[in-house]
Design a protein around this ligand. Structure first.
Ligand code: NAP
Length: 209
């Protein structure tokens, strides 16, 4: 059984499309930090999310700028443009290799995900490397499939010897899809996104039909 050594620096990695970043993402990151005792969180927007290659995604520079604005008041949250600067599809195993190199061999890396993301993780490229080399923090949102998640975590821990922390995060029924729909129809999303992000969206004319 793998153990988490208290002396190691604990770094959370929250990857996402962040189109746009919202309070659900920030709540997940904050609760992960508090409940797992992370020293820092690196938020990494994907340039080309492997499962969203056929979707229309807002330009990376805007998603990166919104993420920077959303996190600027949180000194332990860092934003990385690593995936934006790489060629091709943003595969998480490559990002995690790079983050381990950046943070050093003594850093204990936790990839942070929601439930739907984690349930599909064994289908990701180089999933065995990912699941056997890094730890995971899994949060939930209202209506998540509790039994399916518990069974999945149990099996993954057993098969890959993975450390998986299922946290009790604040339940916010928010998705980027709903926010985009609201903005497209001219409805405010000010209760779902940080004020500075809302300002950026308006100033740059994003998410209009
Ligand atoms: P996203 O839609 O921006 O979401 C980012 C994370 O926040 C997800 O894990 C999501 O979990 C969670 N989340 C969103 N809303 C939430 C809420 N209200 N409460 C709690 N959690 C919430 O990003 P994404 O497009 O799913 O991508 C996630 C990461 O997976 C990215 O780093 C991407 O590159 C990676 N990925 C990698 C591969 C691969 O390497 N082959 C394939 C697919 C994705 P849920 O949506 O699960 O709730």
């Amino acid at each position: 059984m793998k153990i988490e050594k208290r002396t190691m620096k604990k770094t959370g990695i929250l990857g996402g499309t962040f189109d746009p970043v919202h309070l659900g993402h920030l709540g997940l990151a904050g609760d992960a930090m508090e409940q797992v005792g992370l020293d820092e969180i690196i938020l990494i927007p994907a340039k080309l999310q492997p499962f969203k290659l056929d979707k229309k995604i807002t330009p990376g520079k805007d998603r990166l700028a919104m993420l920077r604005l959303a996190t600027e008041d949180f000194p332990d949250f860092k934003v990385s443009d690593y995936e934006m600067t790489q060629e091709g599809v943003s595969y998480t195993y490559l990002t995690m290799r790079a983050m381990q190199q950046q943070e050093g061999p003594d850093a204990h890396l936790y990839f942070i995900t929601g439930t739907d993301t984690f349930l599909k993780i064994e289908t990701w490229k180089e999933a065995t490397e990912l699941l056997s080399s890094y730890s995971f923090i899994v949060g939930t949102r209202p209506g998540y499939r509790r039994e399916e998640l518990e069974t999945c975590i149990e099996r993954i821990c057993c098969v890959y010897n993975t450390v998986v922390r299922n946290i009790d995060n604040v339940q916010l029924d928010i998705s980027s899809t709903d926010i985009r729909k609201r903005l497209e129809t001219g409805t405010s999303a000010e209760d779902l996104i940080p004020r500075k992000v809302e300002r950026y969206i308006i100033d740059h004319g994003l998410y209009r039909e």
